[in-house]
Design a protein around this ligand. Sequence first.
Ligand code: GDP
Length: 190
Amino acid sequence: YGDYNQKIDYVFKVVLIGDSAVGKTQLLARFSRNQFNVDSKATIGVEFQTKTLIIDNKTVKAQIWDTAGQESGSMYDGSIWWGLGYRAVTSAYYRGAVGAMLVYDMTKRQSFDHMSRWLEELRGHADTNIVIMLIGNKCDLGTLRAVPTEDAQEFAQRENLFFMETSALESTNVETAFLTILTEIYRLIS
Ligand code: GDP
């Protein structure tokens, strides 16, 4: 029960990364405001959203960062992949993050194939104890699936990541995914 005027015990910064158009912004909108905006890229200027929740009787403020506001979520021009690239924002984006969600679109094989590169960039910039969750988004588009669940599970296991398939559109597993990563972060810190 939210008495959100009470003091905040923890602030957890979690970053969303992955190729452009995989649904990062919509996952965040779903989690933080229970919204889904069809065809909206109008989040320019917003760097993060917060949501306060109670975990184990502690007040945890989740501060979720999205790459919205940049020209594109990831720098991939069809042949060369740059990650967030050589931008001034890159280290600021990862700095202080205790969790990361690596998001791919399960109907776009390429967005999954890029996960290892995103992971590399993440591990190059973030704290070694960061909790990472692999997210296969758009599971409502089951008939267009291009990434078998087992492929993602195998990758997640090998890289020691949590894994979940979600739909920001239908609200499937979104809350669960965020709660899982935040609870895991809490377990590590407390
Ligand atoms: P971002 O660039 O990773 O932030 O991706 P967006 O959140 O802007 O989403 C890109 C496109 O995918 C938009 O047209 C969204 O409406 C759509 N989208 C996002 N999440 C889902 C989902 O769970 N299911 C479906 N069917 N479409 C989604």
